[in-house]
Write a protein that binds this ligand. Structure first.
Ligand SMILES: [Zn+2]
Length: 419
């Protein structure tokens, strides 16, 4: 329902945008999904293009991976008013400059910091988004999702929807904490959610982002990206990761960590082992784990870890991964078979799906991944992929999806047929 930018074929495609009320947050025009890799010159877009078409309104356009944003001069002025400093880089983030100054691009922590300053959606906008997205999920065969950007505000709106008999998705929630100093705020949101009972909602703990994405070359690797003097970004230090894990485990709640690169996964595994050796015990969820080294796997085996992966990423990523990663790094990609073999709980789905919502695409990715690209060898998943798509607590969701290779045929939610 929001402004999707995946229609863009060049930077100038923004001229085709016709503004609708659901695209706005306050008076800000907010969009998602541009990808310069789909454009002829494959260069990052520039602020002056947005200024040309949107001279009077603040604009905030997130990249397809959710790790960068492209903004205009009015947005820059608004952020400055709120204390955002464009002159200094921030840890784990980048503010892009050229000879004329700021180029309009913010990445990772610089992007997140700006995102947090946007005006919020109205309650009725959020309610409509929830109802529409539940429909999209149900039609695609899903009866449960995980929301790792849960807020107590969203939780309250979902409770209202549930009371009206309109909730058709079970949701596992985590609250995102942006930094060590943000942990207490996130925990109090957790407690707020816990207070409001809803049979279809469960709150589990807090979530942190420690690295970026492969598409932005900010996923944190043990080796440089191919032909680059860059191995990605890590936005939390080892001691901060430990503090976050210890904070959650000492409060008997779970922690989820966004980790894509092999070195990010490794550092989080080491941090969790250190906290566990201090006598704390708790659950840790690792999101994506697109690259995983064998020595990391053996550390993970001794922890209460669950790994969440999105197979569908493989379908879009395999086309360019051999141009971004060394051969060595490629041997760590998509280790689902080894994870299962080592008896670490594996679930398909992750903190923030940026691919089309499709059970069948995940199935296709699992079936085709061993043979799709001879340059990027992926081990075949030996067991039935459905085992990793079903919710582990079937008594909670009491749901069922009937599908074949081509389509979803029937969906039952809480024993009622909804599709
Ligand atoms: Zn993520």
């Amino acid at each position: 329902m929001g402004l999707s930018l995946n229609f863009m074929r060049t930077e100038n495609s923004v001229s085709e945008i016709k503004i609708k009320p659901e695209y706005l947050r306050g008076d800000w025009l907010v969009g998602f999904g541009w990808d310069q890799n789909q454009w002829p010159n494959q260069q990052l877009p520039h602020l002056k293009t947005l200024d040309q078409f949107f001279p009077d309104r603040p604009v905030f356009f997130s990249r397809v991976d959710g790790h960068s944003s492209w903004i205009n001069s009015v947005a820059m002025r608004e952020f400055k008013k709120q204390g955002y400093d464009f002159s200094a880089d921030i840890i784990g983030g980048k503010i892009y400059h050229d000879q004329n100054g700021f180029t309009g691009i913010l990445s990772d922590q610089a992007h997140i910091k700006a995102l947090m300053l946007l005006p919020s959606f109205s309650d009725s906008q959020i309610e409509n988004f929830c109802l529409t997205s539940m429909k999209i999920f149900n039609q695609a065969g899903f009866t449960h999702v995980r929301d790792l950007s849960m807020t107590s505000h969203l939780w309250k709106i979902l409770c209202k929807i549930q009371t009206a008999g309109q909730q058709t998705i079970c949701i596992d929630g985590f609250i995102t904490a942006e930094s060590v100093s943000d942990l207490p705020r996130a925990f109090s949101e957790y407690l707020d959610c816990e207070k409001n009972k809803n049979p279809y909602l469960r709150i589990h703990g807090l979530k942190i982002f420690v690295d970026g994405s492969l598409g932005s070359k900010t996923a944190y690797l043990s080796e440089n990206y191919l032909n680059e003097n860059n191995s990605g970004l890590i936005s939390w230090s080892n001691s901060e990761i430990q503090q976050a894990i210890e904070f959650c485990w000492s409060k008997k709640i779970a922690i989820a960590v966004h980790v894509i690169g092999d070195q990010a996964v490794h550092q989080v595994a080491l941090a969790a082992r250190t906290v566990s050796s201090k006598g704390y015990e708790g659950k840790i969820h690792l999101e994506h784990v697109q690259l995983l080294r064998p020595e990391t796997l053996s550390i993970l085996k001794s922890l209460h870890v669950t790994i969440h992966m999105q197979p569908c990423h493989w379908l879009s990523d395999h086309l360019w991964l051999d141009q971004a990663l060394s051969e060595n790094s490629m041997s760590y990609l998509f280790q689902w078979q080894k994870i299962v073999k080592n008896k670490i709980p594996l679930h398909f789905g992750s903190d923030s799906p940026i691919e089309k919502t499709s059970l069948l695409n995940n199935k296709k990715a699992i079936e085709q991944s061993p043979n799709l690209n001879p340059k990027v060898r992926i081990q075949k998943l030996e067991s039935d992929f459905k085992a990793y798509h079903a919710h582990p607590d079937s008594a909670w969701t009491r749901s069922k999806t009937v599908f074949n290779d081509e389509q979803v045929i029937e969906v039952f939610f809480d024993s009622k047929k909804i599709i």
